[in-house]
Design a binder for this molecule. Structure first.
Ligand code: NAP
Length: 282
């Protein structure tokens, strides 16, 4: 039986698709911790009451996913710098009777590239970011932390890209999707943060022909594992990194916070999720 004080969760609505229980239960088993990590379906209207239960000690903490990340940002008693800058909370924990919140997506994004493309941040070349939603904010925060000074955000809805540029300051510029030709020509890194190319969604169709031959292309979408963008980049001979590692690495700080051990992302863990993706492609 799991120790009541070592219960953690992922909450969202819907939640059945979440792979977070596979990740955290793998680590709980690996470290022989008598804790639990479960998926809880929490409808939007019920989220404040659920957060009160967490604050009162029903759980050591947990993850928050769609559609609760912005509400969690508003509801916590304290946020760390990442959550503050990204404007959303995906990780909760209780400390000194306070509900605290962080956002670990930026860590996950950077750690995935550290792992799969070491040295990706060694040279300050322009970066093209496709998309201007919540995940793009986390990616921009990570790029800012790694010192990139020319980050070009392209988005279908220009106003969203403009508001990100205004938030992150002069190192970030805003563009429409039609500006790809001129923006790609000297870029060292391209990141897709849009939902386009995700299972069941249309492709973005950005022409990668003008990217330099040594550019790195990464997609944070991981269903499918090889998105149409990554497939096009591979055909063009470019280096690619898929988005699954971001999911795995974003889970590390939460697990350490709740259970006291910093876990590592192993090939075995990745394989567990890859197998699950083959069974349930959504
Ligand atoms: P979001 O806030 O809803 O933003 C969606 C973004 O995608 C917006 O920029 C939107 O453009 C764009 N978009 C959607 N469909 C499009 C299309 N057909 N053509 C062009 N642009 C399109 O979502 P999010 O939270 O940022 O998440 C985005 C994706 O990242 C999701 O697929 C999510 O699963 C994935 N993600 C992965 C990880 C990971 O750990 N690997 C973490 C977080 C998110 P408009 O502004 O014009 O609508």
């Amino acid at each position: 039986m799991a120790d009541r004080s070592l219960r953690a969760f992922v909450c969202g609505h819907p939640i059945a698709h979440s792979r977070s229980p596979i990740i955290h239960n793998y680590w709980l088993r690996k470290f022989d911790i008598a804790g639990s990590y479960t998926a809880v379906d929490v409808a939007p209207a019920a989220f404040p009451a659920f957060a009160d239960k967490v604050r009162a000690g029903s759980y050591v903490g947990g993850n928050v996913t769609i559609p609760h990340k912005e509400e969690a940002f508003l509801i916590v008693d304290e946020r760390d710098a990442a959550a503050e800058e990204i404007g959303a909370v995906n990780t909760l924990w209780v400390e000194d009777d306070l509900l605290k919140g962080s956002n670990t997506d930026a860590h996950g994004f950077a750690a995935n590239l550290d792992d799969r493309a070491p040295g990706w941040d060694a040279v300050d070349r322009p970066v093209v970011v496709l998309g201007a939603g919540g995940a793009a904010r986390a990616v921009l925060f990570a790029l800012k932390n790694r010192g990139f000074r020319d980050v070009r955000v392209m988005n279908r809805t220009a106003s969203r890209a403009e508001s990100l540029a205004a938030h992150f300051g002069p190192t970030v510029s805003a563009h429409g999707l039609d500006a790809a030709g001129e923006l790609l020509v000297d870029a060292g890194l391209m990141v897709n943060t849009t939902a386009a190319g995700m299972h069941g969604e249309p492709e973005l169709g950005v022409d990668l022909g003008r990217l330099p031959d040594d550019a790195l292309v990464t997609d944070i979408v991981y269903v499918p594992l090889e998105t149409p963008l990554l497939a096009a980049a591979r055909r063009r001979g470019l280096r690619t990194v898929d988005g699954l590692g971001m999911l795995l690495h974003q889970a590390v700080p939460g697990f350490e916070q709740w259970f006291g051990i910093r876990p590592t992302v192993t090939a075995e863990l990745r394989q567990l999720i890859v197998a699950d993706l083959k069974v349930k492609a959504s």
